[in-house]
Design a protein. Sequence first.
Length: 255
Amino acid sequence: MDKAKRKAIIAGNWKMNKTPKEATALLKAIAPLVADADCEVIACVPYVDLAAAIEATAGTNIKIGAENCHWAESGAFTGEISTGMLKEVGVEYVVLGHSERRQYFGETDETVNKRTKAALAAGLKPIVCVGELLWERECNITEEVIARQIKLDLWDVTEEELKNVVIAYEPVWAIGTGKTATSDQAEEVCAFIRAQLAKLYNQDAADAVTIQYGGSMNDGNADELLSKVNVDGGLIGGASLVAEKFAAIVKAASK
Ligand code: PGA
């Protein structure tokens, strides 16, 4: 299966930015700019923005995602949000295992796996983030790190469920640093991820998975990154907070 047959996905990861009112304004600004996109367009927003975001994008081609979810259906987990809560407000996607969650909030491959399984069981589409630290790249263990994350994060995910999984390759050293991986570096690891998926599942299943690149992707470098055969989209942080920049990336993915 070639790249053209995979779904290109550009997703904004707003992180801890924008109040509900600001979210509405930004989405209203983005919507007309991406109305004719030939790729999937998603905005992953803070929990309290979700209802406003879903209202603001009704009738548009923008889908809304959350930035995390818990694996339990309900219970004594102060501060957490369940998949059922996300489903009820109309969320379709959920970012899981982002490096900031791994780095600052104790997220492990085991908890990423639990969240991924729960999201899939609830009918949400997880965007599972993997990526190596700078130190790991310098020690030449990028492939070992990625292989381990893919195996553990997708543990017990069936081939049928894999159809609803998006993988985001985000080298940690490139996130929010302005240091983008070169398109060759991005392609190398995205191709490696696809090869791992082929090993764990089969080639057809692997060929159908959308693999995004994330880490300082912007309107200036998106064309080059997205031209690579295994880079099927982007998970965009900083540049997703500026309507024109985000729209330009969507346009690059629509070519
Ligand atoms: P960035 O963030 O585009 O600001 O580097 C990407 C991400 O963390 O998903």
